[in-house]
Write a protein that binds this ligand. Sequence first.
Ligand code: C2E
Ligand code: MG
Ligand code: MG
Ligand code: MG
Length: 292
Amino acid sequence: AKRNAGARYEFFSPPLNDRVQSEMLTETLLRAALQTRQLVLHYQPQVCPADGRLIGLEALLRWPHEKRGLIPPGEFIPIAEKTGLILDLGQYVLESACKQAAEWRQAGFEFGQVSINVSPLQFRQSNFADTVRQTLNDYGLPASYLCLEVTENVFVDTREQLVLNILSELQQIGVQLSLDDFGSGYSSLNYLHRLPFQELKIDRAFISGADTHPQREQLFEAIVRLGRSLGLRVIAEGAETAGEFALTVTHHCDGLQGYYCSPAVPANLIQSQLQSFRATLKASGIMNDSDR
Ligand code: C2E
Ligand code: MG
Ligand code: MG
Ligand code: MG
């Protein structure tokens, strides 16, 4: 009897069932969290490696959970994308970030730009650019303070011409456009020069360990040069150590966003994070005087 029970168990394939059920539960809870505005944005500083100056803040979504603490986006964004909830979620992020940026401007805080992540599904809405324009208007935020990050995935499953049209509409509005996780997806080298991006974010995989592996460093340097030669602002994602950070100075990245400087933190902790980073910089002597 025991063996039979085991066989039945296998036949119904519970792991799959469990997964579907837990995804459905997640979607229900996520929808409720969105409706009650429980989702929060944390902000990760982007700094100029040469002098530690703040040049931008990336808004990253967090889902506070009673028992589990903050749930990271990797656990719920894919489900939101599957179910289409990402459209409402994306609008919530757009509004929250614009509101916050407008408040920072009022307060005289010079944050450079606020960056938000845009899902390919949002991009597929033909009125996406109008929505962005309207939201900027609603909060009185000049377009140049907002940066939209998209990954190469935006070109998967969507006609290239449609993506290009929306990108150029957004460019006309005056928002900044950034290509996120560069090098990690399917290569965009052949269209990079035709896209109206101002910024390239080099995927964390390229800086990771590049200070101790010369070939990785060469690859990292080549990508920085590629971006710069196309006139793009180049941001290195994910420097965690002093050695990795030093590479962003040596190879003249325009910006660095990584744990070495700061993780994403609630808005009220940004200033103190930056202060302690600058203290570390001063003490380490990594800063390149000739670049200041
Ligand atoms: P992303 O846009 O590439 O964001 C950078 C991710 O790298 C963030 O993870 C950040 O915390 C992490 N990171 C930054 N520096 C370091 C580092 O030095 N070391 C390591 N190990 N990680 C670092 P997070 O917040 O978990 O977000 C993961 C992804 O979820 C984001 O990747 C983005 O694709 C997506 N995401 C986050 N918020 C949103 C959102 O509001 N909308 C959409 N559509 N996607 C979002
Ligand atoms: Mg991003
Ligand atoms: Mg990224
Ligand atoms: Mg990513």
